[in-house]
Design a protein around this ligand. Structure first.
Ligand code: CA
Length: 220
């Protein structure tokens, strides 16, 4: 028995996927249809989608934020977990990938829960703060350009209610955060944010080794 997190070889990862087994047919099709799209590696893994949906249900989230939508798998996973009167504000700058996303959201019957904002996410988040929506959101998922992660984190923290949760993707960055020889802008930004959140008295947090690494931060 291991006292540390297991490494997942292909066989064990396949078992994990099968054991989770709650991906809907539309989610599976969206995931497969994204394989041929430039940037397909940005799509979250199915177990992460299932995990995000579970967190949304666990905290009883109704109002959610997403920074970085791509083809909409994470958005769909969250929207499927929301109650009928729940909403997610999805921020992205790409009209083409989000057009594909919207077709799947419609097919899944959750399009009315998703408010897509095509604009730089910082602008959208600042508008929400200016509209006095601060403190009104329950959940935020951050999965966009890494150099802005800290700015996204700060704004999402402002927009969340106490007890709300921020989920931040790619915080292990294929292992590069632990390699001191890697000093590119994205890796350094992730390293700084990981260190900051670990000491941030405004949240309780845990870095979870799911997908490319996910930090959960709960606002105090
Ligand atoms: Ca990601």
């Amino acid at each position: 028995m291991s006292t540390r997190t297991l490494g997942l070889d292909d066989r064990l990862y396949g078992y994990l996927l099968a054991a989770n087994g709650r991906e809907t047919p539309i989610q599976a099709r969206l995931r497969h249809d994204t394989h041929d799209i430039p940037g397909a590696g940005m799509q979250i893994s199915p177990e992460l989608g299932q995990f995000l949906g579970l967190v949304v249900r666990m905290i009883g989230a109704r109002l959610c934020l997403e920074v970085g939508t791509f083809t909409g798998y994470s958005t769909l996973s969250v929207a499927l977990a929301l109650p009928a009167d729940g909403h997610i504000v999805a921020c992205d700058i790409n009209e083409h990938t989000t057009a594909l996303a919207q077709s799947y959201w419609a097919e899944a019957g959750v399009a009315s829960k998703i408010h897509l904002r095509i604009a730089p996410a910082l602008n959208t988040l600042d508008l929400l703060i200016a509209d006095h929506d601060a403190g009104g959101f329950d959940f935020a998922f951050i999965d966009a350009d890494k150099s802005n992660y800290d700015a996204y984190y700060e704004r999402c923290l402002t927009l969340l209610r106490p007890g709300g949760v921020i989920a931040i993707d790619n915080v292990l960055w294929s292992g590069k955060v632990a390699d001191e020889h890697v000093q590119d802008e994205d890796t350094v930004a992730l390293r700084h944010l990981n260190a900051k959140i670990a000491q941030d008295g405004r949240v309780d947090s845990c870095l979870v080794p799911i997908g490319d690494g996910l930090t959960l931060a709960r606002k105090r």
